[in-house]
Design a protein around this ligand. Structure first.
Ligand SMILES: [Zn+2]
Length: 281
């Protein structure tokens, strides 16, 4: 695509901020939607009468203040600007709005700009933006709720295979093997850890996320991913425990570190992978 740079960058930034705004909705609502679904299934299995639950999905109810319930006007819902205009407070009751909202919007904008800067403005980049933003959703949901929802991890896996089918057919085999090996590697670690220590170090969501990353990056990059995520995880874990001693012993979700490793590999792409494969050979 030929777009002049003076138009491309602002467009990409606004596109990323708007996507970030949508991710906020997914991050806050998806875990609640899953919980409602599980409650309904559990009651059905126990042959209890169905509960009256309010309609709750990504579109309904429209965004509102969590304290006073006032619907948020469209002009206060504009990514970043809405938050800045209200100085991070509800327009009606003045309750503080979580800084998570502008931070996710900024992250959406930054990831989109990074993909366009490194991989250009083309259809393949749209796939990469989708992958980076899905990783963002997974990282935040896992951090907050220790869940990695299938509705995000599984499509991420399929689109990774589709990406190679469409744009890098020569790497398709590597992607398919990557998806299988990614799942099996973490599954193997899980059982080894469980047999040795009797504890569960990870969840099945982690295996699926690793399978998805294997599909996006190919099996050759699985050791790199494990190294990066374990390295970043250890660094963050040690720093957090030194800064806040009361955190010692609390389990740490692995998903955010897998997501971070995925961003690094997806964004730096070819140079990092070439360097790494040069080290190996
Ligand atoms: Zn309010």
């Amino acid at each position: 695509m030929d777009i002049s740079p003076s138009l491309l960058w602002p467009l990409a930034a606004v596109f990323g901020l708007c996507l970030g705004s949508f991710l906020n909705v997914v991050i806050t609502r998806l875990p609640v939607m899953l919980m409602y679904g599980w409650r309904a299934e559990a009651r059905e299995a126990l042959e209890l009468e169905a509960e009256e639950l309010p309609r709750f999905n990504l579109l309904s109810p429209p965004s509102q203040c969590p304290r006073c319930g006032t619907p948020i006007a469209w002009h206060d819902n504009i990514p970043l600007l809405g938050y800045l205009k209200r100085r991070g407070r509800c327009a009606t009751c003045g309750k503080r709005i979580s800084p998570q909202y502008p931070l996710i919007e900024l992250a959406g904008g930054a990831l989109t700009l990074a993909v366009v800067a490194i991989h250009g403005a083309n259809l393949a980049s749209l796939f990469l933006i989708g992958a980076c933003l899905s990783l963002l959703v997974l990282a935040v949901i896992d951090f907050r709720t220790q869940l990695l929802p299938d509705v995000v991890t599984l499509p991420l896996l399929w689109t990774g295979l589709l990406y190679h089918l469409l744009f890098q057919p020569l790497m398709l085999q590597s992607a398919v093997i990557g998806a299988m090996a990614g799942y099996l590697v973490l599954w193997g670690f899980y059982w080894l850890f469980k047999l040795v220590t009797g504890k569960e170090g990870m969840g099945y969501g982690d295996f699926k996320l690793m399978a998805a990353l294997g599909a996006w990056l190919g099996w050759q990059n699985l050791p790199l991913l494990l190294l990066l995520s374990a390295g970043v995880g250890a660094l963050v874990g040690v720093t957090a425990q030194l800064a806040m001693p009361r955190l010692r012993g609390t389990p740490m979700p692995f998903g955010p570190f897998l997501a971070m490793a995925g961003w690094i590999a997806l964004l730096t792409g070819t140079p990092l992978i070439a360097w790494y494969q040069g080290v190996l050979s």
